[in-house]
Design a protein around this ligand. Structure first.
Ligand code: NAD
Ligand code: 89V
Length: 344
């Protein structure tokens, strides 16, 4: 079997999941890793038995020998690293958030287009088993035509211990987590045309907003609410579950706590559990996210082999990232923002 050879840049907190995911794919071999932090390079290199280790991404690309690169660094380095991959004509996966600004993201898409290489944003939440189940329920026609939806993530989980940088950024929940919820809204309800948002900072020890409520108008006439919070102290902590409510012309879909999915329509009601699989290397409560990493990586390899663009290509993800920008603009101005004004 011919294996796809990959390289990974950024060996931090989340990259370990990505390395496990690649390890599980029989037709993939990660041949080189890079991190400017020697300690992280050693930890990940030793854990996964990777011999080629680099402190400099430039040096790694010059030596080459891989078919794609997986960029798992934080947002500040995404543009430079994707442009570096494009300059070497190496297909690239880039972690969310796409870039610091929408202009950076557009430049990254353009650079990959000029180089003729695929770019996929690692937007994995739409690949979560429960979200795929909601989409399948919609596609089955069980609830008729959806006219209203809600994507909700409310938690009091301490994300700062694993990802301390999240407490320091001027932007927090929309850019880091809401970006996933907005992508789920696009995946389930279609592209959005207008955004109205309100934000709040409840935790005094962080720099950015930790609560956001967003109202979206969709191209197909649907209205949806995307609400996210890391300031919600619930009796039972649901992290990292996303809840979904959808009303259609003939029925309703509800995805609730513990991955319970209720689909009610003219043909009756189904009440099932759509829990993610607990992969051998995964741990609760992260297993839902971890499984979605494996699924999006499999998708990337399938599309790399077929030459088709991945579902969350850079081009596609500009539309999710525009919603992030729009939410901040709307919250700041108090006005509704037209998405086409941002995308041009
Ligand atoms: P982290 O800070 O733990 O790890 C980032 C690593 O990248 C660090 O080890 C750092 O030294 C290295 N690095 C940064 N710039 C570099 C460069 N130019 N060259 C080489 N190495 C460089 O961060 P993290 O929590 O692992 O997050 C990484 C990315 O993953 C972020 O964009 C974050 O939003 C994203 N993330 C995604 C998910 C998801 O479910 N999709 C979950 C968590 C984090
Ligand atoms: O998915 C993420 O991007 C993570 C977390 C779920 C902790 O917000 O940063």
């Amino acid at each position: 079997m011919t294996k796809f050879k990959g390289a990974l840049i950024g060996c931090g907190f989340f990259a370990v999941n990505q390395m496990h995911g690649w390890n599980d794919l029989a037709d993939v071999e990660i041949v080189a890793i890079c991190d400017r932090d020697p300690e992280r390079l050693k930890v990940v290199g030793d854990q996964f038995g990777i011999g080629r280790r680099y402190a400099s991404a430039e040096e790694m690309f010059v030596e080459g020998g891989f078919d794609f690169v997986d960029i798992a660094t934080t947002v500040g380095s995404h543009r430079a690293l994707v442009e570096l991959a494009a300059s070497h004509k190496v297909p690239a996966i880039c972690q969310k958030p796409f870039a610091p600004t929408l202009d950076d993201a557009k430049a990254m898409v353009a650079a990959c287009g000029r180089a003729g290489i695929p770019l996929m944003i690692h937007e994995n939440f739409r690949w979560q088993t429960p979200i795929l189940a909601v989409r399948a329920a919609l596609d089955s026609g069980a609830i008729g035509t959806p006219f209203w939806g809600r994507v909700s993530f409310r938690s009091g989980f301490d994300v700062f211990s694993g990802q301390p940088y999240l407490a320091r950024g001027k932007r927090f929940i929309i850019e880091d987590l809401g970006i996933h919820s907005l992508d789920i809204a696009r995946y389930l309800f279609g592209d959005a045309t207008r955004m109205t948002a309100r934000t709040a900072r409840i935790n005094p020890d962080i720099a950015g907003e930790d609560v956001a409520t967003m109202l979206l108008d969709h191209e197909n006439g649907m209205t949806s609410i995307v609400d996210v919070s890391y300031a919600s102290k619930l009796q039972e902590e649901p992290f990292p579950e996303t809840f979904v409510e959808i009303d259609g012309t003939t029925g309703t879909v509800r995805l609730g706590k513990d991955y319970r999915l209720v689909v009610h329509g003219p043909d009756g009601t189904t009440d099932s559990t759509v829990a993610p699989n607990l992969l051998p290397w995964a741990s609760r409560p992260w297993h839902n996210i971890q499984e979605s990493v494996a699924l999006i990586q499999n998708h990337w390899i399938e599309r790399l082999a077929s030459g088709q663009a991945p579902d969350t290509s850079g081009h596609d993800n500009l539309k999710t990232f525009a919603l992030v920008e729009a939410a901040y603009l709307s919250a700041e101005s108090g006005k509704t923002v037209d998405i086409k004004d941002l995308l041009g």
